[in-house]
Design a protein around this ligand. Structure first.
Ligand code: B12
Ligand code: SF4
Length: 455
């Protein structure tokens, strides 16, 4: 079958001027579908900088039998405008939607986009089965892990999503399905710009997370934790070094599990190749950071979130400020650059907690990117907001997520305030914290690694 999988133009692009990011979910799905003999193509509107109209023209030109759209946080508007267009244009050919926002709010996305099928959670098993069923004309209700939308608008869940048990048996992503040269260069400004690493790719080694922070959807998206064999991860990276002459690697895992083991494998198989990843402070010890440095790690980024233990505890973060401070010291001891993320306005936030966060940033002289909390469907924060009666119309909320970011703003003010402080106070503190983080970054004599997005 001819299957077009679309990575929509990102509305948050303004935040990501320093790099482009592969749509890993549809990259994996397209790779699998091609292995099954389908003509699957990715229409990468984000990387190729197509407008919505250009994207629809590209879809029309490819003329697929099936259209699929991946929907992230900012993708509601595109799905809402493009789904009905596709139905009219194609005379009713199938429309599939998937991705994190769909998994969190499937009913709202199905209604708005008029899609026939939503995949829930991962689609390593359900995705190929779904396309096979469409090709053969067998009932889609026999494929588990979907929600079907019938012509009369009724919705039919097809049962729990089957998980792909052993990630090592998944095919490696076929980067040729994307404009790989653009990704290698990291967009207009290289991702590792400050380190003068000009060619890099990324990979994912883990699905799921062992923690359950209130604002994060990952624990709901992939229950449990599955991780790839570090030796095979290192083999994949060696392959990219040989095939694409990469000079660096970025791990896209939410949290890189077993960083010491991965570092050991990289030290043997791709010695000297610099890499970077996301981690939790409480996973870092002197020994692990030493191994990571020896294995090529040049930068870690950590979800500090707040400089106040009460705010961290209410967010179920399960790390303490002292652990974040210690992690920064240890990383620097091993010559690993460290930066992190803050969330301004989590439940329990006060001017005192924000002042504590500012002290943390200034004392530690650490670069931070600053965000407001989004109640993402599928998170505990969303459920808390819903229980307070503050969600109302879910479609209106998701539409708000897909508004372009304000020029020059750290982020738009939170769509739903999660604390007692007024919005203008939160915006003021967010700017102040961002400035403190920037000052820390400017003060570093050594290059601090990523010049990339605030995410
Ligand atoms: C890498 C990453 C990024 C990268 C790149 C994003 C990208 N295009 O891949 C960057 C850094 C840019 C990024 C930015 C942001 N991200 Co992000 N990111 C991730 C991360 C860590 C991995 C995504 C991934 O590749 N997963 C692995 C693949 C294999 O899984 P998948 O995408 O879910 O796809 C599978 C299925 O969903 C399905 N599928 C997906 N699409 C489709 C389409 C069809 C048609 C079908 C049939 C199936 C299907 O098939 C895939 C294979 O099974 C996830 C967390 C996570 N573990 O998923 C957060 C996550 C997706 N991000 C999140 C957030 C909040 C953001 C930001 C808003 C943060 C911010 N404040 O700026 C921005 C938004 C950017 C945007 N335009 O949407 C949330 C999304 C919540 C939501 N409901 O949308 C997540 C879940 C993390 C969290 N905190 O909860 N992110
Ligand atoms: S924020 Fe990080 S540590 Fe917390 S649940 Fe999400 S992935 Fe896990």
């Amino acid at each position: 079958m001819r299957v077009a999988l679309v990575n929509p133009p990102w509305m948050y692009k303004r935040l990501y001027t320093h790099g482009i990011y592969p749509p890993y979910g549809i990259l994996m799905l397209a790779t699998q579908l091609r292995e099954h003999g389908h003509d699957a193509q990715i229409l990468d509107a984000n990387a190729l900088e197509w407008t919505e109209e250009e994207t629809r023209a590209q879809i029309a030109a490819f003329d697929p039998d099936v259209l699929g759209i991946t929907v992230f946080t900012d993708g509601f508007g595109f799905a809402e405008r493009t789904g009905p267009w596709w139905k009219r244009h194609s005379g009713g050919k199938p429309l599939l939607i998937g991705g994190p926002l769909v998994s969190g709010a499937p009913e709202t996305l199905l209604k708005a986009s008029r899609a026939d099928v939503a995949t829930i959670g991962e689609s390593f098993v359900s995705g190929p089965q779904l396309i096979a069923a469409l090709e053969k004309g067998t009932p889609l209700s026999e494929v588990a892990g979907l929600i079907l939308q019938h012509a009369d608008g009724t919705l039919q869940p097809t049962g729990p999503t089957p998980a792909w048990g052993n990630l090592d048996t998944l095919p490696l992503p076929d980067w040729e399905l994307l404009p790989v040269e653009l990704y290698l260069q990291g967009g207009k400004q290289p991702f590792f710009k400050k380190r003068r690493i000009n060619r890099y790719l990324s990979t994912i080694t883990t699905l799921g997370c062992a923690w359950r922070c209130s604002f994060c959807q990952v624990p709901d998206l992939y229950p449990g934790v599955r991780a790839r064999d570090p030796e095979l991860v290192a083999d994949e990276i060696a392959l990219y070094r040989d095939k694409y002459a990469i000079e660096g690697m970025y791990f896209r895992d939410d949290i890189l599990f077993r960083p010491g083991k991965i570092a050991d494998a990289l030290a043997r198989k791709v010695p000297g190749l610099p890499w970077s990843c996301l981690l939790r402070a409480d996973m870092m010890s002197d020994g692990v950071l030493g191994k990571m440095a020896a294995g090529g790690c040049v930068e870690i980024r950590v979800g500090f979130e707040s400089g106040d233990d009460m705010v961290l505890s209410l967010a179920n973060k399960k790390t303490e400020v002292a652990q974040n401070r210690r992690c920064i010291e240890l990383a620097r001891k091993h010559g690993i650059a460290i930066s992190g993320f803050l969330i301004v306005g989590l439940p329990g936030e006060t001017e005192d907690s924000l002042a504590a966060t500012e002290r943390f940033v200034r004392d530690m002289q650490v670069r931070v990117s600053v965000h407001f909390p989004l109640p993402l469907p599928g998170t505990d924060l969303y459920r808390q907001t819903l229980a307070r009666g503050e969600i109302g119309d879910e479609a209106a909320l998701l539409r708000k997520f897909s508004e372009p970011q304000l020029p020059g703003a750290v982020l738009q003010p939170p769509p739903i305030n999660q604390c007692e402080l007024p919005e203008d106070v939160l915006v003021h503190w967010a700017m102040r914290l961002a400035a403190a983080g920037q000052a820390a970054d400017d003060a570093q004599t050594a290059p601090s690694g990523h010049a990339d997005s605030p995410f």
